[in-house]
Design a protein around this ligand. Structure first.
Ligand code: SF4
Length: 202
């Protein structure tokens, strides 16, 4: 059966070439993350948990949310959290509103590692900086559309981007955010927005 990795098929179909190009980029991402993980003697998911909890609000720093975020089961996240706690990089907190689950907070040492490792993706960002503004906007818009479609068919879960937000509105001028009360140019569209609220339409 024809597929994107069959070169005779791939070279006749632009969709296949894009699919394989995305796979190459995700491989580069994985390699860069592994390099950081090896240097710090942590696993890639442990580093991702530290970085996520460093830059997101505390109600998102819970095992269930992280499991959805990284498409892993809760026990895998719990095991990683346990190791991070043993290494004194995180602490667990409960709140009076929800005594059943705990919030993951970074210690000073965890914060330092998260801030240091968060730059692991910079080598990917540098070549993007060299694109023109129009190329960047087209690329961002296309990737957001792709992620949104993958979310709608259940391949990617839990996105906090404009296209899946209840505050996002199409207007005859372009796009509008009803939360921030601003027009959104292609440059302003967000991939990970702290104010995102999931739309009923997904
Ligand atoms: S709240 Fe954030 S995600 Fe939602 S439309 Fe506004 S900018 Fe986009």
């Amino acid at each position: 059966m024809a597929n994107s990795f069959d070169l005779s098929y791939q070279n006749q179909h632009i969709e296949s070439k894009i699919t394989v190009a995305l796979e190459r980029i995700s491989e580069a991402f994985r390699v860069l993350l592994w390099q950081q993980a090896q240097e710090l003697k942590l696993s890639p998911i442990q580093i991702q948990i530290l970085i996520f909890c460093c830059f997101h609000s505390s109600e998102k720093c819970k095992v269930g949310y992280l499991a959805q975020e990284f498409n892993l089961d809760k026990s895998t996240i719990s095991d990683s959290v346990k190791v991070l706690e043993q290494k004194k990089l995180i602490e667990k907190f409960t709140t009076p509103e929800d005594g059943r689950s705990y919030i993951i907070g970074l210690t000073d040492a965890g914060l330092q590692i998260a801030q240091q490792t968060a730059s692991f993706a910079l080598p990917l960002e540098k070549p993007i900086q060299e694109l023109s503004d129009t190329q960047k906007e087209v690329l961002l818009f296309s990737l957001l559309e792709l992620i949104h479609k993958l979310q709608r068919v259940g391949i990617i879960s839990l996105q906090r981007m404009c296209f899946s937000c209840q505050y996002f509105q199409k207007t005859n001028r372009g796009y509008y955010c009803k939360f921030l009360n601003i027009d959104l140019s292609p440059h302003d569209l967000r991939v990970d927005c702290p104010e995102h609220e999931l739309s009923n339409l997904g």
